[in-house]
Design a protein around this ligand. Structure first.
Ligand code: FMN
Length: 178
């Protein structure tokens, strides 16, 4: 259960400063184990409300599942990913981020958890590229014969965009400008 989850969306967007970084860390299952001050301010929640909760506590309902599928496939494989993410505050506001998500390793090279740093993205990249792309992916996900098929179709759409652009996902994200 998302403790503070499912507030009505307010339709208001929040932004944070270019010199700020939103930081959070999770365990292997995606449960929050750390957030910095900027994380709590933007999420409009405190440590007590978030630590031990799944990171999807700030999930925005308009985010396509495909992006999170890609994220988890990549980090579980021991690799880093860069992605634009729209998040939801506890009061229903939203805020866009450009996120770097990476595994943390122990001395033997085992993954011990995950770590994310997020910057304020450029408005123009969101408006011209990311928001329309994510709207398309969400629509594809929702029009599949089943949720599983919808996710597969949207995932295939991303792969075909990458193959057309001859880029991997991270290169594609950076090619849009950061
Ligand atoms: C280190 C780390 C950071 C994450 N950051 C976010 C985030 O900022 N917003 C978000 O919605 N999901 C984030 N996720 C992904 C969530 O774990 C989850 O997959 C996503 O919210 C989708 O939730 P759902 O599977 O319940 O739909 C992060 C995961 C990890 C491991």
């Amino acid at each position: 259960m998302a403790l503070y989850g499912n507030p009505q969306l307010s339709g208001r967007e929040k932004v944070f400063h270019d010199d700020e970084i939103i930081v959070s860390k999770t365990d292997l299952t995606g449960k929050l184990i750390y957030g910095n001050r900027t994380f709590y301010r933007m999420a409009a929640m405190n440590e007590k409300q978030t630590l031990g909760q799944q990171h999807n506590i700030i999930r925005h309902p308009e985010m396509p599942r495909t992006v999170f599928e890609l994220l988890w496939n990549t980090i579980k494989d021991g690799k880093e990913i860069f992605a634009y993410v729209n998040n939801r505050s506890a009061n229903g506001d939203n805020y866009w981020v450009f996120a770097h998500v990476t595994p943390s390793f122990d001395a033997s090279g085992n993954i011990t958890g995950y770590h994310s740093n997020r910057r304020n993205p450029k408005r123009q990249v969101i408006d011209s590229h990311i928001a329309p792309l994510y709207r398309d992916l969400l629509k594809i996900e929702q029009s599949g014969s089943s949720p599983k098929q919808g996710l597969q179709d949207a995932y295939d759409k991303v792969l075909s965009i990458l193959s057309g652009a001859k880029m991997n996902f991270n290169e594609f994200m950076f090619s849009l400008g950061v």
